[in-house]
Design a protein around this ligand. Sequence first.
Ligand SMILES: [Zn+2]
Ligand SMILES: [Zn+2]
Length: 429
Amino acid sequence: MSSDSKNCYLTTHADHNEDCAYSSGLKLSKDVFDATMVQGTEFSYECLNVVKGYRNFYSVDCESSQDIYFSKNLVGCNDCIGCVNLRHKSYYIFNEPYSKEEYTKKFTEYHFGSRKNVEVFRKKAEDFWSHYPSKYYHGSHNVNVSGDYIYESKNALYSYEMLGVEDCKYCQFLSTKPSRDCYDYTEWGQGAELIYEAVVVGDSVNNVRFAYTVYSSHNIEYSAHSHGSHDLFGCIGFKQGEYCILNKQYSKEEYRSLHDKIIKQMSALPYTDKNGRVYEYGEFFPLDLIPFGYNETAEEFFPMGKEKALLQGYHWKEKDQQEYRQSSYKVPDDINDVQDDILEALLACEKCGRNYRLIQMELNFYRKAGIPIPSKCYDCRHYERVRYRSPLFASGKLCSKCGKNIMSNIPEHITTILYCEECYQKEII
Ligand SMILES: [Zn+2]
Ligand SMILES: [Zn+2]
């Protein structure tokens, strides 16, 4: 889902953006490419979990910083390369201070217009970051929360990527505030209340259950692709509908009576799928109705592989050989060597072989930013970026400083040095 945006290309779970591409979880941003979980940011590339950034490149977990490269967990910094855990610093390289003149000289020497140089710095920076502690979860301004990437929330438990949420559990991607009193709900928010078992529901929604892509509506059950409606049951594609069942209009009284009758029947005669799963009233739609392959959606967060997914009744999208044609075009290492004819070329990902193309807006951006053209396809770039994103689930760990028990989603490949809130506040802030 993507809404209220202008001139954006291949952006998902993204709203209120302009001139952005190849991103997910992107909000209120402009001129941002290859980003995941980024808010209020401009002119940035290859960022993960960045807020209010300007000219942030190849960086993660940064806030209110500008002109930063290969950096992690910076707040209020500018002109930093390869830094980690800094606050309000300028002209730092690998956490060491430089004069403005020295910094500028070094920056020119490093020449980040070359893909080889970028790859060398990326590896060097990731190794450098791994020697510094991380807080046990990403988030701030919270009371009683568990999960990861949680901000300005209260009583948000076992949840992930939350902003301005209250009294919610088992929710993900509610990154447009506010949301309250929700369970088992994935994506959106923006004035969501009493939502249960729903996907992509938001913008003034109340009492929505077992539904997807519903907005500005209330009292909705088992419905999809509807807005500006209330009291719908089993409906699809409605604008300003009321008291409808299976897209048929009833009087308020008829609706109530039929609604109660159907609910009773759904429990008395439930649908059973070919794997023997029973769907009574109270369950989300059956798996048979999923229009996407498991590997196009859930595999990213709940990996199980093709064999298991098929056994469990999910679809699996096979490779389309048309998307893997040979390419003779060699993407130049240096942005300065790239000619306009690249826009006509069919490129092949150096990792998986899948074809991709460049669009004009993207080429203009790389040239203006002085960064290299990617040699990998959108998907490979995405998966490389999200290596630095926590998975959905937490496990029990110990604070590396005081030994206190903590629950953390952050995996060991990101860092083995995790601090509890108190130790982190003492040492980092
Ligand atoms: Zn690829
Ligand atoms: Zn501690």
